[in-house]
Design a protein around this ligand. Structure first.
Ligand code: SF4
Ligand code: SF4
Length: 111
């Protein structure tokens, strides 16, 4: 019973993580510019492979990197610095945008 529950949780987590398009925007430092929190594309996480935009410690990213945060529905809906191309933004924000955030195109796009 517990094993089945753990399997269901793992499957649910895999489905959730599959929404990510691996653009790497989460893996750069964020900083305030005026009243906006924006991605500083010159300051990647030390575990990010900057060529592929892949995490080099993905399976153990939370213990390895205290700044690494799990994407949640709250982030998907409300986090201001996520690019419009983020898979979670595309999946969960259906209202029209009034501003173009983050003009820099991610290295990996599956469009
Ligand atoms: S910004 Fe969105 S799509 Fe890009 S890495 Fe982060 S969660 Fe994945
Ligand atoms: S540890 Fe977290 S923030 Fe750093 S590269 Fe990996 S997923 Fe991105």
């Amino acid at each position: 019973m517990i094993g089945r529950f753990a399997e269901l949780l793992a499957a649910r987590r895999r489905r959730w993580e599959s929404i990510c398009r691996q653009c790497g925007a989460c893996c750069y430092r964020k900083e305030w510019r005026g009243s906006a929190l924006v991605v500083n594309w010159d300051a990647p996480c030390r575990f990010l492979d900057s060529a592929s935009r892949r995490c080099t410690v993905y399976e153990r990213r939370f213990p390895a990197c205290p700044d690494c945060k799990r994407m949640t529905l709250y982030h998907a809906l409300f986090t201001s610095w996520l690019p419009d191309s983020c898979g979670y933004v595309r999946a969960f924000r259906r209202w029209p945008r009034t501003t173009a955030r983050d003009a820099r195109r991610p290295a990996r796009q599956r469009v």
